[in-house]
Design a protein around this ligand. Structure first.
Ligand SMILES: C[S@@+](CC[C@H](N)C(=O)[O-])C[C@H]1O[C@@H](n2cnc3c(N)ncnc32)[C@H](O)[C@@H]1O
Length: 258
């Protein structure tokens, strides 16, 4: 995961980026929604950032509540901005399908998936009630009906058995190597429930992808597609982000690749 300071910078960039894009977005998006931060909510470091996808004719926007006091889960990480853009650009794949976002935190990719017609379950660590509560709030402010679920990687609680995703999303969930096996265990379990399903993840590539390659082999998975996260980003968004961020589509090794 990128450093906290670095991502504070990215957050500001995301907000100013939103302002630059103002002319490009759907006229139904109210300017007052853009970067909220009521003075009262500022006191507890809560802000709302607004993220835009597409153009005037067919664009959407998503409001995200962030809290700078919290670590990890209440912050829009750059990998999330990149994965959300990918979901938007691949929106035809998401229409009417079942999507689970793992380690969703502020949930931008999952919310874009819901906006383009997916049936979405947003999940995060069972023990992080503040993150799960925030997910419910962002669903509400975006008028989206997603299921919100506590799901800790590598734990086999009852709700995980009810999930049958066609697409699993995960932005910046590969940052703590000690959690990689648990994450891959959960991903593999979900992929096995629907053998044509796919795990789409964005991550900071710090180790030349080798550890992830090793784990994919260990868990019987393979990478179907590997992209530089910046290769598909609109230039005005890419210029506000930095880092070596990759997007991987991971499937069961038995599944025939495209
Ligand atoms: C770096 S944050 C990324 C959040 C969000 N996906 C984004 O990119 O903005 C990592 C997320 O993974 C969640 N997480 C960490 N360990 C987890 C675990 N063992 N099980 C489930 N979620 C976990 C954290 O609570 C946090 O929301």
């Amino acid at each position: 995961m990128a450093s906290r300071n670095k991502n504070k910078r990215c957050k500001s960039d995301s907000e100013s980026q939103s302002e630059e894009e103002e002319d490009d977005v759907d006229s139904s998006i109210e300017k007052g929604d853009k970067i909220s931060a009521e003075s009262s909510s500022n006191q507890d470091m809560t802000t709302t950032s607004r993220h835009y996808f597409g153009s005037i004719e067919g664009g959407v926007s998503i409001g995200i509540i962030e809290n700078m006091k919290e670590e990890y889960g209440l912050f829009v990480w750059p990998s999330s901005i990149i994965l959300a853009e990918y979901v938007w650009q691949q929106k035809s794949r998401f229409l009417g399908v079942n999507v689970v976002e793992l380690g969703a935190g502020t949930s931008l990719p999952g919310l874009v998936a819901a906006k383009v017609g997916a049936d979405v379950t947003l999940t995060d660590d069972l023990n992080r009630s503040e993150v799960l509560d925030n997910m419910r709030r962002v669903c509400k402010i975006n008028d989206l009906k997603c299921q919100v679920l506590g799901l800790t990687w590598g734990l086999w609680d009852a709700p995980v058995f009810d999930l049958y995703p066609n697409i699993i999303l995960g932005a910046d969930v590969l940052y703590d190597t000690s959690a990689f096996d648990d994450l891959f265990a959960t991903v593999t379990f979900l992929l096995q429930k629907r053998p044509d399903s796919v795990f789409i993840t964005t991550y900071h590539n710090r180790s030349g992808h080798h550890l992830i390659e090793f784990l994919m082999e260990k868990w019987g998975l393979k990478c179907n597609k590997l992209l530089d996260g910046f290769s598909f980003m609109p230039s005005h968004k890419a210029s506000n982000l930095s880092g070596n961020i990759q997007l991987a589509e991971i499937v069961l090794d038995t599944f025939q690749c495209e």
